[in-house]
Design a protein around this ligand. Structure first.
Ligand code: ATP
Length: 378
């Protein structure tokens, strides 16, 4: 058997990297970012960010362009010099407290938006890039395993230009996973892909990441993608984390208007709190924790409005109906108590296309209505 170089990353002979990742304690974070703050000149790109990612978990950093997502990823990777805070991987400080471990010694796999494959190297050689120091036969096994994990077995001798965008993305993922990293960092990994290909590649990527057992931090600005990929999502704005939770928590219990709107269109109504609730055309909605007299916005998801041809109040007049595939979108108008005309959207599963001018009764699922003070973060 060939011997590994003395300086090479050590890999247990009994356990595959994926097994060793999965054996890690579930209650100790694998990637621990504590109190990161980062300036570019006067711009505070990252502001007091703390995040923990556990083994086998995918955490998505979600937010609009320029909110600091990539900077956090680069600080975790060691591609940006840490200014304040601490980065730990597997319980070891890799940046902060006078320590600065270089990227290649942090036990991380990186996938960038542009994949960054070496055009003059074959697929196998690209994947082998992260495996320097392993013996030839173990390296060949790892390349086979990594390519099989992303569904590209048999592609070793092709060159990147002979692959589709989706295949190139999967080679980049295989390269990142081949050395069995504790942490995988992905920066908008699907943004270069054709929409039709994207769903499939996302699915394959999620499976490969879960199989690897690594702690994954992925940057995206696409809320649906974050919900698809993330066990948890951290929503960012202006360098800060506004809310962290499971997709279900963020969708069903958003912390503010900004988070609620990030996960899909909402209907907005103005109201004032009275006796711990607000009056809406659909009846009272609880406004827990808000004082009487506070001006609020009531946010109602389009799927929270139920339309029916059975008699009832209030009555909505249909403006237009559109089939959108899995759901139908109904534009309608209702009058509120003050006689103002409100334009609302309802989203109904399947095909439901009432005629323009038709009048339907409308009811609200109040679990999908959120009440926020008008000064809530928007
Ligand atoms: P995007 O989704 O567009 O990539 P992002 O959320 O990843 O955005 P960052 O790339 O982290 O945001 O940038 C955060 C802020 O820091 C932005 O205001 C950006 O202009 C600024 N910034 C990022 N990198 C640098 C740099 N090298 N020099 C100066 N300013 C920078």
């Amino acid at each position: 058997m060939e011997r590994a170089d003395p300086g090479a990353p050590t890999v247990s002979e009994e356990q595959s990297p994926a097994q060793s990742n999965r054996a890690k304690q579930a209650d100790a974070p694998v990637l621990d970012l504590a109190g990161l703050t980062h300036y570019f000149g006067d711009v505070r790109a990252v502001d007091s960010v703390s995040l923990q990612v556990f083994g086998g978990e995918v955490l998505c950093l979600l937010g609009p362009s320029g909110c600091g997502k990539t900077t956090i990823l680069r600080l975790a990777a060691g591609l940006e010099v840490l200014q304040a805070g601490r980065v730990s991987i597997d319980g070891r400080t890799v940046a902060g407290e006078g320590v600065a471990v270089p990227p290649e010694e942090r036990g991380i796999g990186l996938v960038f938006q542009d994949y960054a494959l070496f055009p003059h190297l074959t697929v196998g050689e690209n994947v082998a890039f992260g495996l320097r120091g392993l013996g030839a036969s173990e390296r060949a096994d790892r390349i086979d395993e990594a390519l099989a994990a992303v569904g590209l077995g048999g592609f070793e001798s092709r060159y990147p230009h002979m692959l589709s965008g989706g295949q190139q993305q999967r080679v980049a993922l295989a390269r990142a996973l081949a050395a069995g990293p504790s942490v995988v960092l992905l920066d908008e990994p699907f943004s270069g892909l054709d929409v039709r290909l994207r769903d499939k590649v996302r699915d394959q990527t999620l499976h490969a990441l879960k199989e690897s057992g690594a702690a994954t931090l992925m940057v995206t600005h696409d809320a649906e993608e974050a919900m698809f990929m993330g066990d948890r999502i951290a929503v960012m704005r202006d360098g800060r984390i506004l809310q962290t939770g499971t997709p279900d928590e963020l969708y069903c219990r958003p912390a503010n208007i900004f988070v609620a709107e990030l996960f899909g269109e909402v209907n907005r109504l103005d109201a004032v709190v009275s006796d711990g609730q607000v009056e809406t055309p659909f009846g009272p909605v609880a406004a827990s924790g808000l004082d009487d007299g506070v001006a609020v916005e009531v946010l109602i998801r389009p799927e929270a409005l139920r339309l029916s041809r059975a008699p009832g109040t209030p009555v909505a007049r249909i403006i237009a109906s559109r089939m959108l595939g899995r759901t139908s979108l109904v534009h309608m108008s209702i009058s509120d108590d003050a006689g103002r005309d409100l334009h609302l959207h309802a989203r109904v599963p399947g095909r439901f296309l009432p005629e323009e001018g038709e009048k339907l009764s409308i009811a609200l699922d109040s679990s999908q209505a959120f009440v926020f003070p008008q000064k809530s973060i928007k």
